[in-house]
Write a protein of this length. Structure first.
Length: 132
């Protein structure tokens, strides 16, 4: 038997021993809990006070529609601008971190069916826009 096979066999035996120990300790714990439960005096159940009927709240007018439908739509709108949108602008608009924005743009290009153009502007910032 080579040394790799010996080590594997040894690990298997050790794992079996650990499993046996766990089972034995679990059995002891269960029997101790049962014994404690039998010897403990039972508490008498007291009646709970009846719950009051929930008072109806005055109907509140539904909130006005949110500023944005969802973040994806907002990012797409930003990308459709002629100059595109910078990474920092997407981060500000969505509250996402830079790696999240980059991942979103990647998925949008591969699974979203959009052709995304990525470039660096004069100041060195990454700019994304939807190709036409």
């Amino acid at each position: 038997m080579n040394r790799h096979a010996q080590r594997a066999q040894k690990r298997t035996i050790q794992n079996e021993q650990r499993t046996d120990q766990r089972e034995r300790s679990t059995d002891r714990d269960d029997s101790a809990k049962k014994a404690a439960k039998k010897s403990a005096p039972r508490k008498s159940k007291s009646a709970k006070p009846a719950k009051k009927a929930a008072a109806k709240k005055p109907s509140v007018a539904p909130k006005s529609k949110a500023k944005r439908a969802n973040k994806k739509a907002e990012v797409l709108d930003l990308m459709r601008r002629p100059g595109g949108v910078t990474l920092a602008e997407i981060m500000d608009a969505t509250g996402w971190q830079a790696h999240t924005v980059r991942g979103f743009v990647s998925i949008l290009g591969s699974k979203g069916g959009e052709k995304i153009e990525s470039s660096k502007n004069a100041s060195g910032e990454r700019t994304y826009r939807i190709a036409r």
